[in-house]
Design a protein around this ligand. Sequence first.
Ligand code: TYM
Length: 341
Amino acid sequence: MTGTAFTPRVFSGIQPSGGLTLGNYLGALKRFVDMQDADTHECVFCVVDLHAITVWQNPEDLTRQTREIAAAFLAAGIDPAKAILFNQSQAPEHAQLGWLFSCIARMGWMRRMTQWKDKAGKNSEEASLGLFAYPALMAADILVHHATHVPVGDDQKQHLELTRDVAAKFNHDYGVDFFPITEPVIGGPAARVMSLRDGTKKMSKSDPSDMSRINLSDDADAIAQKFRKARTDPEPLPDSYEGLKDRPEARNLVDILAALQDRTPEDVMSEVAGQGWGQFKPHLAEVAVETMGPITAEMNRLLADPAEIDRILADGAERASAIAAPILARTFDIMGMVRRA
Ligand code: TYM
């Protein structure tokens, strides 16, 4: 920990690399709204378009997806009067600090990242340099705002550890106490929402099977069908949550219901113990449709006026730069860059 007192500030980001899934909603977006509404932190939320282009993005798709993710933030309850919402490329301080951090982070740190290994796969020689350096830019996103807390799903844990390492190495190398050692905020039943086809894989927008995930854009019929076909074992639900320990698919569905209803999985189990899937799955689908239906409808309403979304993003970018520019300027000073008088 550093000795400096930092303003309590939340930062988090979502890539506009496709539509959002129920995993993104429960693991991230819903928790962002809770943190905003708790009024305990300044909140800064970002559509990370510079991260999205670490793999190929068709330009028109990128534009559309950026507005869609922004609309999803708003529809889920992010209030631009309370929180800052912007897209990363509009606040140039992110990319600038990203470069500085590429000179702080070590090749070995990057090579250990499981997401790099997963995404680059066997073909790493063909992966972009940006995909490799991705976590340095992510550290910059967080630290250019001196964020103290970062709510994310479990899959981002390693990147947040690297962010702490970057901050600590910078502070150590330059003999300062300048960057905060950020706290990850990971937890609850939705920290890792799993695929509906395979309980050992996370639910992901890039999974080739659409049946593996619930998309924020799915209608009620699609949601009901996907839960109906979700893979499970033949056993009915046990008496307690403990009994789901070795039943990943079953546990995932209980966790999803708990997260949707803001309950603990243990509490859910006290109600559904002994139920068969024919009873549980339609109930889960109903709850999911009730929660997500209004969000999807509001998203579509907002997307009918892209100019208004662009205005909100531009305003957010200005406010984000107002926080980030002095922090970046101070970083340049610490590193010894000669700056314009
Ligand atoms: P991304 O765009 O892949 O996902 C956005 C958020 O959704 C969470 N998430 C999940 N949570 C639970 N279960 C799942 N199946 C699931 N799938 C995704 C992710 O953990 C994430 O919180 N590198 C980040 C974006 C980023 C960022 C940042 C995040 C860039 N800069 C700074 C925080 C702070 C990413 O690719 O998220």
